[in-house]
Design a protein around this ligand. Sequence first.
Ligand SMILES: Cc1ncc(COP(=O)(O)O)c(C=O)c1O
Length: 401
Amino acid sequence: MNTRRSFFINTLTTASALAAAKSANIETRFAKKDWRGITREDLPTPSMVLDLDLFEKNLSHMASSCKATGLSFRGHVKIHKSTDIAKRQVALGAIGVTVATEAEAELMSASGIRGVLLTRQPAGKEKTTRVVELTKRDPSFITIVDDPWMAEQLDQAAAAARTKVNTIVDINAGLKRAGIEPGQKALALAQDVSRRKNLNFLGLMAYSGGASHTKGWETRRVQSMADIKGMLETAELCKKAGIPVQIRTGGSTGTYNIDPGYLTELQAGSYMFMDTGYIKIGSKAGNEIYDDFAQSLTILTTIIVRQHPGTATIDCGVKGMLKPTDTVKGRPDVKVENQGAEYGILVWKDGDRDYRLGDKVELYPTHLDSTTNVYDRYYIAKGDRIVDAWPVMGRAGAAQR
Ligand SMILES: Cc1ncc(COP(=O)(O)O)c(C=O)c1O
């Protein structure tokens, strides 16, 4: 073998051995929580990366805004599914968390978080039983109901288990997906829940999903007020009927500075990461960019093919939850296209700013809940350095049900 060829083969062997060692190393580092010397460049892709400084700024801005306006905070878990994040929120003053599923409720409660509010009613024997069992383990747990039959089922299950379930009545706030009609019907349900021996009526919920991403702060305010008006009127009816309404819960990242005075607590979730839709809804100060919170979460990808001018292939597609509405960090001129399970395409015009094979590219995700749901951890970055990794929990199969 000539010396040039053997040098080439040796170099290749050493490089691939190093690469293998490095990727195994990431798992060892994860197990040992030892991130010394690891940067974004060293991570396997696609991966989720959380910018710690931006994330912490988002968390503390929300916490201080809620404190200043007298709004309690019970942030939604379905966006992040992380006990590390929930615990940080609680440390900053959150009174609990809101969750979408029984599995999330059990996960959060088992991690020691108190004040878990389930925002989807537990219909059907299996879900009702789980909620009652959870109440026995954790009396601070709260669920919602929007139907007299649900109230009856819950009451009976609670009676059989000799417990009392904290219950909030869910009022329709625009979205067809849930919530009893406000007014007399909702009042009757609140009275029904209040009379039941094994339910503890705490208040009302109205989640205005239609307002959250509405563009322009004033338009958003009008939409939000219209959506929660029925709940506020029902609260008045309850008061007149002698039923104390301790809690009025709802709200989102888009309405956190609209809800104070109307809601007693806020369920916002996306603010900590921000999605590509939220960033465009406009701020109260009149900025087109909703800059109250920063985009702290990215999907780190690698350029794996460079065959056509102004076009590059990345290693993230349907399985990585890539969407054409995703945007590229630092390159707003680049368009994102989905090309199948494991491929995405980046398209741009500016020849001076070409990507090279092997370059790392970070994408801002569009739909946070489904994106975080397919990655198993957040790599926590301080600048370019990786300083920690937090697991995303209860993501699939039995753990998710
Ligand atoms: C019931 C409920 N509350 C709160 C939220 C949080 O909203 P956001 O992530 O827009 O802040 C959601 C999100 O979809 C929700 O479904």
